[in-house]
Design a protein around this ligand. Structure first.
Ligand code: PEP
Length: 251
C-alpha cells in the first residue's frame, strides 16, 4: 500500500511570522493523523523557523527549489546541503512556474533531482502539459518527456525516494481541475513509464500526486482514483482549515 502524501506549496507567500503562525494552526488541525504524509513548502527564508515550529509534529518540511551545485559563485541560489541543514525532508523540483518563468528544463530538473538525492532530500518531481499541448493531443508525449528527462541515470533506490506530481499547467491556480478520470489516465500512464524504465514492483511503489486547483470540495473524488496517491496543493494550502480538510480526505 502506498501512503498518501499531501504537500502544500506556499509559493511566494508569507513572511516568517506568518508562515510560523500558519504552521501552528495546521499542527492543531492534523495532529491526530498518522496515515498520511503531510508536507509543507514555505519560502526559503521561513524554512528554519517553520522547521522549529514543526518539531515533534507529524508535518515534514520541503523547499520549493534547489540548485545542483553544493556551493560556489552562484548568486541567489540555495543548495541541497543547505536545505538539509535547515531540516528539509523534501524538495519540489521542476514546478511548472519554474519551467515557465525561470527557464527550468528537463536537464536542469535532472541535475537538481540528483543533487537532492545525493544529500538525502526526497524530490517531488513536477510534470504536466500546457492547455495547448493537451488540445493538440500531446499530453502523453509531454508527460513522457518530462518524466524520462527528470529521472535520467537514477538508480532503483534513488527512484524509490522520489515522488512524482502530475500537475496539468492549465489547472494550476486557475480553478479548473482535471476530472478524476483525466487525472487517473495520466497517473496510470506515468506508472506505465516507470514500469518500462524500471520494473512493475518499483512502479507500484512510487507515489504520484495530483496538483491543480485541489480544494476540499474536489479532493476526495480525485484521491479515490487508484493511481492518485495524494496532492500537491497551492492556493488551498495557504489556509490551514482547507489544507487540513484535504489531508483528511486523502485517507
Ligand atoms: C501548485 O502550485 O502546485 C498548485 C497545484 O497550485 P493550485 O493548487 O493553486 O492550483
Amino acid at each position: 500500500m502506498r501512503t498518501p502524501i499531501i504537500a502544500g506549496n506556499w509559493k511566494l507567500n508569507k513572511t516568517v511570522s506568518e508562515a510560523v503562525s500558519l504552521t501552528i494552526d495546521l499542527i492543531k488541525l492534523v495532529d491526530k493523523i498518522s496515515d498520511v504524509e503531510i508536507v509543507i513548502a514555505p519560502v526559503f527564508t521561513a524554512l528554519s523557523d517553520v522547521h522549529d515550529a514543526i518539531n515533534g509534529s507529524n508535518i515534514q518540511l520541503a523547499a520549493q527549489d534547489v540548485y545542483w551545485e553544493d556551493s560556489g559563485a552562484f548568486t541567489g541560489e540555495v543548495s541541497a546541503p543547505m536545505l538539509k541543514d535547515v531540516g528539509c525532508d523534501y524538495v519540489i523540483i521542476g514546478h511548472s512556474e519554474r519551467r515557465q518563468y525561470f527557464a527550468e528544463t528537463n536537464e536542469s530538473v535532472n541535475q537538481k533531482v540528483k543533487a537532492a538525492l545525493s544529500h538525502d532530500l526526497k524530490p517531488i518531481i513536477c510534470v504536466g502539459e500546457l492547455l495547448e499541448e493537451r488540445e493538440a493531443g500531446k499530453t502523453e508525449s509531454v508527460i513522457e518527456d518530462h518524466v524520462k528527462g527528470a529521472i535520467v541515470d537514477l538508480s532503483v533506490s534513488e527512484m524509490e525516494s522520489c515522488v512524482i506530481a502530475y500537475e496539468p499547467v492549465w489547472a494550476i491556480g486557475t480553478g479548473k481541475t482535471a476530472t478524476p478520470d483525466q487525472a487517473q489516465e495520466v497517473h496510470n500512464f506515468i506508472r506505465n513509464i516507470l514500469e518500462d524504465c524500471y520494473s512493475d514492483k518499483l512502479a507500484s511503489q512510487i507515489r504520484i500526486q495530483y496538483g491543480g486547483s485541489v480544494k476540499p470540495e474536489n479532493a476526495e473524488e480525485l484521491m479515490s482514483q487508484p493511481d492518485v496517491d495524494g496532492a500537491l496543493v497551492g492556493g488551498a494550502s495557504l489556509d490551514a482549515e482547507s489544507f487540513a480538510e484535504i489531508v483528511k480526505q486523502s485517507r
